[in-house]
Design a protein around this ligand. Structure first.
Ligand code: GLV
Length: 324
């Protein structure tokens, strides 16, 4: 079979046209969900692939798809890809940083407000025709304005959320592996603190860090027990950073006020216990899903793929070690 690139998901027509002008393309504009075997069958002879975070690229797949030269992930996070295995095999991996920061930050703030002010729960109350007289001391929520915002992870997206938090008269704490330059801290009036201090002092904790073996279950039973009783946890990062079973338990016991979640362990088959709870706002991993941003991400990923296959260093190469 002649060389081709595989596009595993439905993307915009202009993305597919861009690729078709340059390569033979096996596209999936019907958005058929490939099971593992189908994915490997379709990828087996591909020289490159534009994928989404739903596709898992591991050693098994790489060993069966020996012609692959580049995997272009249409997302900024890439915990669906075994980077080390790609690097060892000389397979380039690219992602889509920069084009989604503000969009995801908007959504993070929206989810934060929804979880603090319980907007979906209020809507449910109305839809269930329970509104007979306006409650004054029941159905109360918690303020966003003036809160202490604690950021676990403080990269571009975290900082974009912090700018919004400041406009809500919030104060900003952050925890990362290393403190950021003073200029960044001063610009955002942000204070570097330990993980424990952040958990104990924050009113709103926003997770916006990569999912790696080190950050797996970064928030579990012990961390939840350190949070304030009226704290709100927002996960905009990745499933697996939070131990969802422990979070369900904390929400059920009321040991924290609420949570706003865009990501989960084992997506899309999430822990069904979340559906029973009223103090959690659930969103199906769509933080970057505006028309403008998704178009920009899809095209950025296609350009990365094309440049890699044209023998250039793609702009968003994640594993430069693969070139050695
Ligand atoms: C979305 O979750 C992304 O990583 O872009």
């Amino acid at each position: 079979m002649s060389d081709y690139v595989l596009v595993t998901r439905k993307f915009f027509p202009e993305t597919i046209d861009f690729l078709k002008e340059r390569f033979n393309v096996f596209d999936n504009q019907k958005d058929i969900s490939f099971d593992r075997r189908q994915l490997i069958d379709h990828m087996r002879d591909a020289i490159g692939a534009q994928i989404s975070t739903s596709e898992i690229v591991d050693t098994d797949l790489l060993d069966r798809c020996k012609k692959l030269r580049v995997i272009s992930n249409t997302a900024v996070g890439y915990d669906n890809i075994d980077i080390e295995a790609c690097t060892e095999r000389g397979v380039m991996v690219t992602n889509t940083p920069g084009v989604l920061d503000e969009t995801v930050a908007d959504y993070a703030l929206g989810l934060t407000i929804a979880a603090c002010r319980q907007i979906p729960r209020y809507e449910m109350y109305l839809r269930e025709r329970k509104w007979e007289k306006s409650p004054f001391t029941d159905l109360l929520s918690r303020d966003v304005n003036g809160s202490v915002f604690g950021f676990m992870g403080f990269g571009r997206i975290g900082q974009a959320i912090a700018r919004r938090a400041i406009s809500f008269r919030g104060s900003v704490l952050y925890h990362t592996r290393n403190a950021l330059p003073r200029s960044v801290e001063e610009r955002l009036s942000a204070t570097f603190v330990s993980k424990q201090e952040l958990l104990e002092k924050s009113d709103i904790i926003i997770l916006i860090l990569p999912h790696t073996p080190e950050t797996h279950h970064f928030i579990g039973e012990q961390e939840l027990s350190l949070m304030k009783k009226d704290a709100v946890l927002v996960n905009m990062a990745r499933g697996g950073i939070v131990d969802d079973t422990a979070l369900v338990e904390a929400l059920e016991k009321g040991s924290i006020f609420s949570a706003g979640l865009d990501v989960y362990e084992n997506e899309p088959d999430i822990n069904p216990d979340f559906f029973r709870l009223r103090n959690v706002v659930l969103s199906p991993h769509l933080g970057s899903a505006t028309i403008k941003t998704r178009k920009a991400m899809a095209m950025k990923a296609a350009v990365n793929l094309a440049k890699a296959l044209d023998g250039e260093i793609p702009p968003d190469l994640v594993n430069p070690g693969c070139l050695a």
